[in-house]
Design a protein around this ligand. Structure first.
Ligand code: SAM
Length: 160
């Protein structure tokens, strides 16, 4: 059953394919005044790139081993464990995030598309960030094929 509040979300979703594209977005989307939550930081390679533009960053990963290594490599950054599907745990980490970066293993395949969409909707509803930037090739492919119908759209708008 659809919930009309779902369609009032102000969050924009930016779907990227591959880590290179994911990191390219940092220059455009990360501002020094942002407050950023990163999900799936692994050893903190992308975290460091984000941190160089915005120091207000909390970087997370489900793996304690990854977090411990990330802390050793980048002691200046705040790292903590988080299972992204545990939204209560995410809420305890912080609030008022303006941007969320997410790159979780297993979310790029077409099979994972429903999980990706529900995860994005959940974070958009709870944190109301301006944007969620996600590494998911299947979501990018799907988004490219979507056109929101508008009776006043021209053929040019529809790329026909
Ligand atoms: C491809 S790696 C991330 C690479 C990293 N973003 C970078 O740019 O270097 C994917 C990460 O997702 C993490 N992950 C998998 N499932 C997760 C979950 N449910 N919650 C949070 N992190 C998760 C894995 O532990 C892994 O470190």
């Amino acid at each position: 059953m659809s919930n009309e509040n779902q369609f009032k979300l102000k969050t924009q979703f930016i779907a990227t394919r591959g880590v290179e594209e994911y990191r390219q977005t940092i220059e455009k989307w990360v501002m020094p005044w942002d407050k950023i939550l990163e999900i799936g930081c692994e050893w903190g390679t992308t975290s460091k790139l984000i941190f160089d533009r915005c120091m207000n960053l909390i970087a997370t990963d489900i793996s304690l081993e990854c977090i411990q290594k990330a802390r050793r490599l980048h002691p200046e950054i705040e790292f903590t464990t988080l299972d992204a599907f545990n939204i209560k745990e995410a809420m305890q980490i912080g609030d008022n995030f303006t941007k969320i970066y997410t790159d979780m293993s297993g979310l790029s395949s077409y099979r994972a598309l429903l999980d990706v969409i529900s995860l994005l909707n959940m974070y958009a509803a709870v944190f109301e960030p301006e944007a969620i930037i996600i590494k998911s090739g299947s979501l990018k492919q799907f988004a490219k094929k979507c056109i929101a119908w508008d009776q006043f759209q021209t053929k040019q708008d529809l790329r026909l």
